[in-house]
Design a binder for this molecule. Structure first.
Ligand code: MG
Ligand code: ZN
Length: 188
């Protein structure tokens, strides 16, 4: 069993753009690919958990979200990085679904697929809802200062386990924890 890292998409992996539906608007954040690669090389499973209420609001369809996700995967493939899964909440905030962050539905699905417990997983994001999702599930949480991260930090409403400049810094902390917490098993 390997560890699980659940990543927010907008503002964490790619530049934050409200209601992004155009694949041409997908721009990887600096250090994001490097951080993902470091985690993946050490056996972490990488899942994206993203709120896409633009679907529920009728701004665009789920296929637009999927096109954006495919573009993200294309850009990452050039950097030799593969994301394992995408978990999407397409609902309107008023629908009261269990998957819209800070609800824990997406994290629970990712954990189930990874055979990992939510409490042992790591959550990385730039907004209060990301941190709150992880906190509710007992995960280790990272607020990154990209996207809305600085704003979120300044608001002071959240208590992430760690604040990191970007995904690469978060990855380094996760890998250091793994080193301390688990015996290293040599690769086969
Ligand atoms: Mg975000
Ligand atoms: Zn939902």
């Amino acid at each position: 069993m390997s560890g699980l890292v659940v990543l927010d998409r907008d503002g964490t992996l790619i530049e934050e753009r409200p209601y992004l539906a155009d694949p041409a608007g997908v721009i990887l954040l600096p250090n994001a690919a490097e951080g993902l690669r470091a985690l993946s090389e050490r056996g972490f499973r990488l899942a994206v958990a993203t709120n896409q209420s633009g679907v529920g609001r009728g701004y665009f369809g789920l296929e637009a979200v999927e096109r954006v996700n495919r573009r993200l995967c294309e850009l990452l493939a050039r950097e030799n990085v593969t994301l394992d899964e995408f978990y999407i909440c397409p609902h309107h905030p008023d629908e009261g679904c269990g998957c819209r962050k800070p609800g824990t539905g997406l994290l629970e699905r990712a954990s189930l697929a990874a055979d990992a417990s939510p409490a042992e997983s790591f959550v990385v994001g730039d907004k209060e809802c990301d941190i709150e999702m992880g906190r509710r599930a007992g995960a280790t949480t990272f607020l990154v200062r990209s996207g809305w991260g600085r704003h979120t930090e300044q608001q002071g409403q959240v208590r992430p386990s760690y604040v990191a400049a970007d995904l690469l810094e978060a990855a380094r902390v996760i890998l250091a924890q793994q080193e301390v917490g688990q015996p290293r098993v040599p690769a086969p």
